[in-house]
Design a binder for this molecule. Sequence first.
Ligand code: M6R
Length: 612
Amino acid sequence: MCGIVGYTGSRQAYPVILKGLKRLEYRGYDSSGVALLKNGELNVYKKKGKVAELEEFMIGKNIDAQIGIGHTRWATHGEPSDRNAHPHHSANGKIAMIHNGIIENYALIKQDLVKKGYQFTSDTDTEVLLNFIEDIQTNNACSLEEAIRIALKRVTGAYCILIIEKDNPDTIIAARKGSPLVIGIGKGEHFLASDASPIIEYTKEVVYVNDYELAIVKPDELILKNLGNEKITPYVTKLDMELAAIEKGGYEHFMIKEIFEQPSTIFDCLRGRLDAKEGLIKMSGVDENIEHLMNANRIIIIACGTSWHAGLVAEYIIEELCRIPVEVEYASEFRYRNPIINKGDVIIAISQSGETADTIVALEKAKDNGAFIFGVVNAVGSSIARISNAGAYTHAGPEIGVASTKAFTGQLAVLMMVALDIAKHKGSITEEKYAELLNELESVPEKVDAILKNADQLKAIAEKYKSASDFLFLGRGYNFPVALEGALKLKEISYIHAEGYPAAEMKHGPIALVDENLPVVFIATKDLYHEKIISNMQEIKARKGKIISIITEGDNVSSEISNDYFCIPATDELIAPILTVIPLQLLSYYVGIAKGIDVDKPRNLAKSVTVE
Ligand code: M6R
């Protein structure tokens, strides 16, 4: 949460920072701001609202500077407002800082500073850390770098900070713990950002800064140190990402672009890993660690949000194909419990961003207990990818819309391949079933394409039900987690209250909600449970609920019971969730649009939840 950008070099800093903030806006959009430094003059400009509002506010301001920092905020301490927006000034006005994270012991530090006479102009933990640094620098008569080091040893919580100082005309000091930081290396210039999207336009050479590292960044020099003041050699990597991947490419929103990208993202995910003709799955992360995975006593899946839903689907698939017990945990619960982790347990971590704070801490805890961690991550080089002992990237490309879409189908495709690969090695799947599933999986991109061709049908359904105040999503078996995902998507981007349930569980309570005003979305594809779900549909119909169903092509029974329906191509029930979720993504998108909501940046949310 919160996006940060910094630049030092020979270009005008403001346009680089502004463009970077627009690219990082998915991380938070409550307020934004920049600090620009030129000839000893430190100008800070900030504004409540989206980056566009800052851009307008900046018209006519002095933006001439070759060094600067910028921030787009997701509020933690203090409401969204101009005064709580970053950057913050230190009390003596000499230092400006931006921060992504939370300083947990800020209240105690603030009390001390207040006793010393410090006055605060915001409600943020950031301003406390900044004045703490200033106070240390004044008392110890030390350099800013030294003061930062001392301060960071005393704070608890998470941070990525960028600091500029009046008396240091070309230097940005950065540090991270728990919040991401990438530094792009140009010719006589450096770019700093929360992820690579603001950097990719200028350079592909980057350094991912690690926790407890401090970067001293000048146009021609990048020095990395640990908090003990020892130098570290920066490890330069090449970005495997194109600028086009982070632009809208003619679509109105990132979300719809990302939904429509799914035939190619799923294809990219399968490419080089799955060969149905040869009957092969090659996943180096699995094959090189097959003993760990195949002989796991238990698999614990740890994730949040949509990634957690992918984990639920994986639970059903892995237990079915590999006969290994699976538990699926919310990272935020797991990290604070005293979970039993035994030798022989394998953790699968699922995350799009690879930066979700709860998931990171849960994994660190599991790792400390000796667990083997397999990461299913989309963002290459992210923290979770680096914490994992092994893993498989989803290769969905950058996902910018706050609602996760293509990352989810990528996660399902990867998890399916992981399960098939383990099952094959373990001998827990028959040759026929293995071959059948490989063929089915290979045909998924084509089937997704066919679904997307009928997107307009969902637009019409969305138009019809957009004014509903509640929705129920029901599914059974492999489609139960899809019901949860459909409800989450709708909540996020249409602000309509929605709940997902296993269809049969509906009788144990939620059925009380059913009346002629309640749309009930059934994921009712042809599978083992088909007749059962038809009965559940009848139960809703008998109570006058409005049935919207996602059904398999040619299913006349379900279509007749439904008020509205959408057909998907037939597939194996294990693979169905990759197809059934797509109409639900589209339904949510079109309802959100019909209600005039900014679907890429829905209220109160941020793409990457880097605070607990
Ligand atoms: O980046 P992650 O997959 O770890 O993120 C987990 C959740 O924050 C994320 O899936 C969230 O629920 C999305 N907004 C759902 O669309």
